[in-house]
Every structure is written in structure tokens, then in C-alpha cells.
Design a binder for this molecule. Structure first.
Ligand code: ATP
Ligand code: MG
Length: 295
């Protein structure tokens, strides 16, 4: 290998091969993973989208649900202009299959509706629509990733609490770390039962990510008597902002960028057989639990 790009390419190729072998052996069923944060703007949507795309490259069928109904923007990041979104599903005008759009790499995206009311304030009939229609996705994908808004609103907490697996995203800023801790604390006070992972975004170096993880893990362990697992980090990378300007996913436009390599590493860790083999309750169980919290 005569340059860094070549060696990165090789690492990604080897990773994809080994992951594919593990996945083939692993059990079927949809893994439902919620992506949330305490503070806003820490990179949830970018992590969700690029992670979803990395998983599709591992030959996984992935649905990405934009559940940030106030400020839905996954479609904007991808430069797509969907005719319909989740609000049409909730109002009973459209079915999920009419709303779902196919993005790059065969990724399925369910666009959120900008400026919509809080999901948790839905009327009973809207909630029923939401539930019965989303439940139709059962068995249709290997992964359902759910990008939520930030903070302690009822709908964000409901999506997080109902998850078997939750990725908390933070940056290394003290405010983001404090808010991440507050978010995690609130979940455990409400008896969160699933697995919890941390992704540290926009770090200057891997070392900084480890520092952030240790701080949070120690506090979560000592004061909440729980654990949070380190899933990975994404460095501060100008290619991320460049890709956003171009309305493209950085994983596809700049696959050699450090940020893209970091996302592949996160996807690889998530696909690890150990995680794959654990019990998956699936989409229906997830959404009925979400509804319980909404009610
Ligand atoms: N790794 C990174 N390197 C450089 N810039 C980044 C990185 N990650 C995110 N950003 C910047 O942060 C901005 C916010 O990212 P994003 O929209 O993914 O955050 P979010 O947590 O989803 O926000 P919200 O809480 O509003 O939903 C991006 O538009 C981009 O400019
Ligand atoms: Mg977002």
C-alpha cells in the first residue's frame, strides 16, 4: 500500500467481508435502533443517515424513520423532495408504502413532516393510524433506525424508552455531555430496559472520544448504577459540512474521508455477531410500546 487512502480502502473491504459472513450466520428479524441526544445539533441525523447507508453496504435492508417531526430534515440532507411524509400517514391519507421513498443504496426513508405537532400529542385516532400503519413494516427490513429530535420531550423519550437498542449521540462540548447525562438519567429514572450505546461526534481526536466516554460511563455507573457501551466516534471533518452543502451523504460522496471510515467502524461494531444474536422484539412490539408511553 503506498498511501493512506489505499490502506483505508483495504480495511473497509476486509471489514465488509467479515461482517457479511457474520450476518449470514446470524438470526433474522428487525433490529429497531433509536438515535437520540440530550443537546440538539450534535449530529444525530448525520450519524443516523450515514450509519444506515453503511449498513446497506453490508447488504442489510435498512429503513430509516425520520421521527423528528418538528424539524424533519433527513430528506433535505439527501436532497430529496418527498411528496408525502409521516404526517400523511398519521392523518390517514396515505399508507406507509405510499410515503416510504427509496434513497441511495436501496435505503428506505420514511420522511418526517416539518412543522408538525408533537407526536406525543396525537389524537387517539391518529395514534391508531400511526401504529397500525407502521406495524405493517414488520419483517420488511433487517434494521429500522429511528432518528429523533433532541432532549426530554415526551415523544423523544417515548422512542428512546421503547427501544431495545439506543444510540446516544454527544459531542465533546461540556454542555452536550451534561445534557447527554441528563437524558440518560431521565431514561433510567423511567426504567429504560434496553442496551445503550454512546457515539461521540465531532471529536478532534480518538483520544478525546475516549475521555468523553469515560466521563459519562463513570457517572452513569456510579450514580445511575447502569452501563453505557462505547460504540464509536466520528471526527470533526470538513467533508461532513461539504457533503451537507451538496445535499449528499458524506459516506457516499467522500467514502475515503475520516468521518466515513469512522461510520464504517461504528456499523461494523453494531453488526457484530454478539449484538446480532440477542433477542429482537421487532417492529410491532416497539411501536406498541411507543404508544403506551404516548398515552
Ligand atoms: N463530524 C462532523 N464534522 C463536522 N461537522 C459536523 C459533524 N457532524 C455534524 N456536523 C455539523 O453539525 C450540524 C448538525 O448536524 P445534525 O443535523 O446531524 O445534528 P442533529 O443532532 O440531528 O440536530 P437536531 O437536534 O437539530 O436534529 C451539521 O449540519 C454539520 O454542519
Ligand atoms: Mg436531526
Amino acid at each position: 500500500m503506498n498511501n493512506q487512502a489505499d490502506s483505508l480502502r483495504l480495511i473497509v473491504k476486509q471489514m465488509k467481508n467479515s461482517i457479511q459472513a457474520q450476518i449470514n450466520k446470524a438470526n433474522k428479524g428487525t433490529r429497531v435502533i433509536t438515535i437520540s441526544s440530550g443537546k440538539g445539533g450534535v449530529g444525530k441525523s448525520n450519524v443516523s443517515l450515514n450509519l444506515a447507508l453503511a449498513l446497506t453496504e453490508f447488504k442489510q435492508k435498512v429503513i430509516l424513520l425520520d421521527a423528528d417531526l418538528g424539524l424533519a430534515n433527513l430528506d433535505v440532507i439527501l436532497g430529496l423532495t418527498p411528496a408525502y411524509n409521516l404526517s400523511h400517514v398519521i392523518d390517514g391519507e396515505k399508507s406507509i408504502s405510499e410515503v416510504i421513498i427509496e434513497g441511495p443504496n436501496g435505503l428506505y426513508l420514511i420522511p418526517g413532516g416539518s412543522g408538525m405537532q408533537e407526536l406525543a400529542n396525537l389524537k387517539e385516532w391518529q395514534l391508531e393510524n400511526f401504529l397500525t400503519k407502521l406495524s405493517k413494516m414488520e419483517g420488511k427490513a433487517d434494521y429500522l433506525l429511528i432518528d429523533t429530535g433532541a432532549g426530554l420531550s415526551k415523544s423523544v423519550l417515548s422512542f428512546a424508552l421503547a427501544a431495545d437498542e439506543l444510540i446516544v449521540v454527544t459531542t465533546h462540548e461540556p454542555t452536550a455531555i451534561t445534557d447527554a447525562y441528563g437524558f440518560i438519567k431521565s431514561l433510567y429514572q423511567q426504567n429504560y430496559q434496553g442496551r445503550m450505546y454512546l457515539v461521540v461526534n465531532r471529536v478532534p481526536s480518538p483520544k478525546e472520544a475516549a475521555v468523553v466516554y469515560n466521563k459519562l460511563q463513570i457517572a452513569v455507573n456510579r450514580f445511575l448504577k447502569h452501563n453505557i457501551e462505547f460504540l464509536g466516534f466520528v471526527v470533526e471533518d470538513t467533508k461532513v459540512r461539504q457533503a451537507i452543502q451538496e445535499q449528499q451523504a458524506f459516506l457516499l460522496t467522500y467514502p475515503q474521508s475520516m468521518a466515513a471510515q469512522n461510520i464504517y467502524t461504528i456499523a461494523a461494531k453494531l453488526s457484530d455477531q454478539e449484538y446480532q444474536l440477542e433477542k429482537k422484539r421487532g417492529i410491532n412490539a416497539f411501536f406498541s410500546k411507543v404508544a403506551q408511553y404516548f398515552r
